[in-house]
Ligand binder design. Structure first.
Ligand SMILES: Cc1cc2nc3c(=O)[nH]c(=O)nc-3n(C[C@H](O)[C@H](O)[C@H](O)COP(=O)(O)O)c2cc1C
Length: 168
């Protein structure tokens, strides 16, 4: 358990999984041991010193695998340092401005309040229209989510570096 960190995520098209990978890389470069796993395959949280959990956002909600992980592991998460992140907004500018102040799914906020994460981040996402089904394409147009990869690797790296610093 010494210095072992779990980085778990919920993703549909892989953009969030790549962000989780980057976070894991930064933690490893800092001398920590990091397991990067899809939330549905992440094992026992009690084996880890700390947990980073994130999810892609679809219509204001986390992917169900990440939400289920948060709910199922609430007690163990409350007992260790936890960082949460969401990936969603596409377009230029501050991600919270792009979501008109949205930071975290409302339905999960009571659980987050009990877990008391060290931080909750919101990162730009990547919406690749070519991969989407017709309903998603239609929704994307309606919610005016620009297509493209807007992930801010500097912001993600800086956030992960702060996590590594806190755990050392
Ligand atoms: C149908 C649809 C709905 C979306 N809804 C939201 C949303 O409510 N808020 C948001 O910030 N991003 C939203 N997005 C953008 C995705 O969260 C973004 O593309 C994310 O990076 C996808 O991650 P993934 O590749 O890991 O699934 C939506 C995208 C699609 C296709």
């Amino acid at each position: 358990m010494e210095n072992r960190v779990l980085v778990a995520c919920g993703t549909k098209y892989g953009a969030t999984a790549e962000i989780a990978e980057r976070i894991g890389q930064v933690l490893r470069q800092a001398g920590l041991s990091a397991d990067v796993l899809p939330a549905e395959r992440a094992g026992d949280v009690r084996a880890y010193k700390a947990v980073v959990l994130g999810s892609a956002v679809y219509i204001g909600r986390w992917r169900k695998q990440a939400a289920a992980f948060l709910k199922a592991n609430e007690k163990a998460l409350a007992e260790r340092p936890v960082w949460l992140f969401s990936t969603g907004p596409t377009g230029e500018g501050d991600p919270v401005a792009l979501t008109q102040g949205w930071r975290f799914p409302k339905g999960l906020q009571p659980i987050a309040d009990r877990i008391r994460p060290r931080d909750i981040a919101l990162f730009h996402g990547s919406a690749n229209v070519d991969k989407m089904n017709p309903i998603e394409k239609w929704m994307l147009k309606n919610v005016k989510v620009p297509s493209g990869d807007f992930r801010d690797w500097d912001a993600i790296t800086a956030w992960a570096t702060a996590i590594a610093d806190a755990l050392k």
